[in-house]
Design a protein around this ligand. Structure first.
Ligand code: FE2
Ligand code: ZN
Length: 372
């Protein structure tokens, strides 16, 4: 079957409908996909715009009775008399990436700075900053108040806050009773926080209230780029770290968090989706595990790469600045500092899904100025 309208061609194959649009773009639409995605008022809940139709209510080998293109829409008639209609514009847009995907860090990259007040008060500034954040995984908000608790206000743009144990907003300052290396003046190798959760927070905000010590430069590492190069150089090591479960623990007298997860997470397409790395939280793996020796060879190489100064971007986070990182992609750390001067940081966590959704809503509003 072949029908055409202004250069568009449509035909049925054994299990799909193929549309060659006038622009040359080809849409291949499996029959069950088409039936499942009918958006007529019988198949959707009009009030909520959710799906009502369930695919098992038609035969698994369902095929169109007829197909045609009219007014840039694909019309399908089904054997049971049901009729479906799909907008060409929608079909052509499917599977295409939008502008919210990851980008590599350019040469001499440092996280871009945005004004804190504009980020909170103006939709357009916020949309621009969030787009940059999603592309590169890090931004800095500058000229923020140097008062505790300010991170609560970011919930308006990034939130809600993802709470974890210990505290809703975490204080990081030198503290002889602190539960973590962050509470000492020691260097902090690049890591992500809460590797001890099966789903660690995917966004972290670090608010510098005061930084009056010598040293303590902040460090960020693009884990995505690092893992891309790691996989190219050592595909077998990559697979080892993707498959080996590793225990992580963070605890104090009253708190206990523990997870056993691989260091590298890939999505269903095999794309790098997350890096879980915390030298300080990693626990003993079972030395009798037959994979232990090969794990350590792979882990040795990964550690060597993460601690290589060539991959580390370092800069001074001043009082009143907030570094925000996409925490499953970007590792953060700091150099050692001289104890004595005041250095006070607060951390809060968010989730990348929510941040993305804020951007979608801001774009829907048109990204125009909006005083709160
Ligand atoms: Fe940290
Ligand atoms: Zn329908």
């Amino acid at each position: 079957m072949l029908m055409a309208e202004a250069g568009t061609q449509v035909r049925c194959t054994s299990d799909a409908v193929e549309v060659r649009w006038a622009s040359g773009v080809l849409s291949t639409l499996p029959n069950l996909w088409l039936r499942d995605n009918c958006n007529c008022s019988d198949c959707r809940i009009a009030q909520t715009d959710e799906k009502k139709f369930m695919v098992c209510n038609v035969p698994v080998d369902i095929a169109p009775e007829s197909v045609e293109i009219v007014d840039d829409c694909l019309h399908v008639a089904w054997p049971d008399g049901h009729k479906s209609r799909y907008a060409g514009e929608l079909l052509r847009s499917l599977g295409r990436d939008d502008s919210t995907s990851r980008e590599r860090w350019p040469q001499n990259y440092v996280p871009r700075r945005y004004d804190y007040r504009a980020f909170l008060d103006h939709d357009k500034s916020a949309a621009e900053a969030i787009r940059e954040f999603i592309a590169h995984g890090a931004i800095i908000l500058s000229a923020a108040p140097r008062e505790p608790g300010i991170l609560e206000h970011l919930a308006h743009r990034l939130g809600p806050i993802r709470e974890v144990l210990f505290a809703r907003i975490h204080d990081v300052a030198v503290d002889p009773s602190g539960y973590n290396v962050a509470h000492t003046p020691l260097p902090l190798p690049p890591h992500n926080d809460f590797a001890s959760y099966s789903w660690p927070p995917s966004v972290q905000a670090l608010h510098m209230l005061a930084n009056e010590t010598a040293g303590g430069e902040s460090i960020v590492v693009d884990g995505w780029q690092l893992l891309t190069e790691f996989r190219d150089a050592h595909p077998e090591y990559f697979e080892t770290l993707r498959n080996m479960p590793v225990p992580f623990r963070e605890f104090d007298d009253t708190t206990e968090t523990f997870a056993v997860e691989p260091i590298i997470r890939c999505d269903t397409e095999g794309e790098i989706a997350g890096l879980r790395f915390s030298n300080q939280l990693m626990q003993m793996i079972d030395p009798n595990d037959r994979r232990a020796a090969s794990f350590y060879r792979a882990y040795h190489e990964l550690c060597r790469r993460i601690t290589d100064p060539a991959v580390q971007v370092s800069f001074r986070l001043h009082g009143g600045e907030i570094l925000i990182v996409a925490a499953h992609r970007v590792l953060h750390g700091r150099q050692a500092f001289e104890p004595g001067g005041r250095r006070h940081l607060q951390d809060a966590y968010f989730e990348l899904d929510n941040v993305r959704n804020h951007l979608v809503v801001l774009r829907r509003k048109g990204g125009t100025s909006n005083e709160r």
